[in-house]
Design a protein. Structure first.
Length: 370
């Protein structure tokens, strides 16, 4: 029996790890699987655990309001120590580029536990963007024994860095989660969806907005909000913005956008509700990593409000466009999509370079052979 510890802490890690948790749990004759949540996020993590019906074996309950990276990283390393000593796993699985991923990988390295990294090899090679995620991902890559790269380009990054360990290309588990949610939505509703059906004006074109990147705090967010205000001057659009709970996001967004008639600021949504809402939208404005990966499967053009991305595949495929945080650029690109049908339909094409929904099956097969 191989002992596996799957560790995650934030909303996107939970979404992308959930299908893997389920798949490993199906193979209980081969793997003893335990789940550790650092709870770097709390409410936004619990929304995902509820939807996927995952009960953690260990909950470090670390989130503090307005937490800083120093304390968070130290608490994760210390918290993981007790879990690793209690369970003594053969392998730990970490995901992506958060503080939870990097600090859990480091703690596991200290404890002599092999590290498996899901969504390995994404890079901008810019230390400051995304901050601190680029370095979290690079450090995790150095500590990893089995790298699960979502794409060949991600594998090529790892090869060029001469990382140690095994590298496998599997597709991104985000697509497995998305297809699960899309399928479930065929016979599913919830209170949030019903409320949105009653509050959104579907005679208008829905623009969905999200944002949370640290490098956009301050001026970046102010420019994004100014752009949203200008886009909302068009009475034919309805902007809906589930606002991330980080106080550095809540403060400027509420200060600058609250109370405008066609801008709906709402709480973070449960994952199935968010997928439902992506489907209702005509354009998505975001700085999110996960949403850049999901939207091409739904045929939704995405304008990415960042200067650089570690996910160039969809940009190359033409379904995602980088627009930075410059107000004029965000406004003009949005207007172009609203007004130019041919341009909209070239960006809308359904082609997802990130996966086919079979990533977790590949990962489990690889682990069976390890
Ligand atoms: C974190 C990750 C980022 C990831 C993002 C996904 C790091 C350094 N950052 O950023 O890589 O893209 O999650 O959303 O790992 N908060 C709540 N409730 C929640 C979640 C957050 O109140 O459920 C508030 C708290 O005040 C918390 C703050 O948000 O202190 C910041 O959370 P944190 O995880 O440190 O940073 P994020 O910006 O969420
Ligand atoms: N998401 C969600 N509810 C929301 C906003 C986003 O469930 O209100 C999902 C979204 O579908 C995607 C993930 O959260 O799977 C993205 O998380 P986030 O943007 O916070 O982090 P990132 O992907 O940038 O690390």
């Amino acid at each position: 029996m191989t002992k596996l510890l799957l560790t995650f802490g934030t909303r996107p890690e939970a979404i992308k790890m959930a299908p893997l948790v389920k798949e490993f749990q199906k193979c209980s004759d081969r793997f003893e699987t335990r789940i550790c949540v650092t709870a770097q996020h709390r409410q936004m993590l619990d929304q995902v655990l509820d939807f996927f019906e995952i009960t953690p074996d260990y909950d470090l309950n670390l989130m503090r309001p307005g937490q800083n990276l120093f304390q968070l990283t130290a608490d994760i390393i210390t918290g993981l120590k007790s879990v690793l000593e209690d369970f003594k796993p053969d392998y730990i699985f970490v995901h992506g580029d958060t503080s939870t991923s990097m600090a859990s990988a480091l703690a596991s390295f200290y404890a002599g536990v092999k590290v498996c990294h899901i969504e390995a090899g994404l890079r901008t090679y810019n230390k400051q963007a995304p901050f601190p995620e680029e370095m979290n991902r690079q450090i995790t890559g150095r500590l990893t024994d089995v790298h699960f790269a979502p794409t060949q380009a991600a594998k090529d990054n790892l090869l060029s860095e001469k990382v140690s360990g095994q590298i496998e290309v599997t597709g991104n588990t985000v697509i497995d989660a998305l297809l699960f949610a899309v399928n479930k939505l065929k016979n599913y509703s919830n209170k949030e969806i019903e409320t949105l059906k009653n509050t959104l004006d579907f005679s208008k074109r829905i623009i969905l907005v999200t944002g949370h990147r640290r490098e956009n705090f301050g001026d970046g967010f102010i420019h994004i909000c100014e752009a949203i205000l200008e886009i909302a001057a068009d009475p034919e659009v309805e902007i809906v913005y589930p606002v991330h709970l980080n106080p550095h996001v809540q403060d400027p967004v509420n200060r600058l956008l609250k109370g405008k008639s066609n801008i709906q600021l709402i709480n973070p949504l449960a994952y199935p509700t968010f997928v439902w809402l992506m489907n209702q939208a005509c354009i998505i404005l975001t700085d999110s990593g996960g949403i850049q990966e999901e939207a091409p499967s739904l045929g939704k053009p995405v304008l990415v409000m960042r200067e650089t991305t570690e996910r160039p595949e969809a940009v190359r495929a033409g379904t995602v466009k980088l627009v930075g945080t410059d107000k004029e650029r965000i406004v003009s690109e949005t207007k172009r999509l609203l007004n130019d049908k041919d341009y909209y339909s070239t960006m809308q094409k359904i082609h997802n370079p990130y996966g086919d929904g079979l990533a977790v099956q590949r990962i489990v097969e690889i682990m069976k052979n390890n």
